[in-house]
Design a protein around this ligand. Sequence first.
Ligand code: ADP
Length: 301
Amino acid sequence: MKIAILSQKASLYSTRRLKEAGEQRGHQMKVIDYLRCYMNIASHRPTVVYQQKPLEDFDAIIPRIGASKTFYGTAVVRQFEMMGVFTANESQAISRSRDKLRCLQLLAREGIGLPVTGFANSTKDIEGLIEIVGGAPLVIKLLEGTQGIGVVLAETTQAAKSVIEAFRGLDANILVQEFIKEAEGADIRCFVVGDKVVASMKRQGEPGEFRSNLHRGGTAEKIKLTPEERSTAVRAAKTMGLKVAGVDILRSNHGPVVIEVNSSPGLEGIEAASNVDVASKIIEFIEKNSAPKKTRDRIQS
Ligand code: ADP
């Protein structure tokens, strides 16, 4: 097969691993910087042009769209979909998962475990918002944040009020969440491919840090999931319409709760911690599912 990896940089670990795994399985792999693609969208024959040449004969694409490039990246993915090219994740599913609030609303609709979460536009409603999540301590998150940046633990109601006011004063969208203290600074990343969790790891924040992000100095190790955690992760990915997803779960007193579903989960941490060749799992999935014209999003919102 001829497979394109849509990525800004061929040297990124995940991109390199996907290319390597595909080549090992006998495929022709090409890394394409989606920001350098341009498109004829009004034609009867939709095309994507890269380095002055139309990209015509690809069987499948693997989108690795950066969080800050969602708008253009998903437009390129959509164009490939219109050309009938199979995509590991569909454009709609990527856009959907990039909106944290929309993501949580859809997961709630499916009855998937979530931390109690509140959202409001006006700072006049702060008290009510704090009440919804059961008061301090609570977690405040910038809707546009990634890698733990913009995730704040407010230990007292007064601190919570100040932080919410400050964020809202900057016109930032935030959500307020119940603090899952019993997670003890750890979360679980479940790597879902198709309808299976193919690898998982537990990430633990530095001592005194409630955020477990590896970018914030957290460490990762292999973990055995409970059947409930496994099914929660698979259901969460399915709800978002993602076929390749990183589902982040906290172990709470009321069972596993999902905090995030990521459409371009990194391979470096998970492959090292779990010892699973995740890149090959993704390629195998594409081999099994990429019959022409199979791309179709079935989620209603
Ligand atoms: P980001 O997308 O920026 O990584 P997350 O929502 O994943 O933001 O939060 C970052 C980290 O903070 C998580 O990995 C987790 O360890 C911790 N965390 C997030 N939400 C909660 C919560 N409600 N209770 C306890 N810890 C949390």
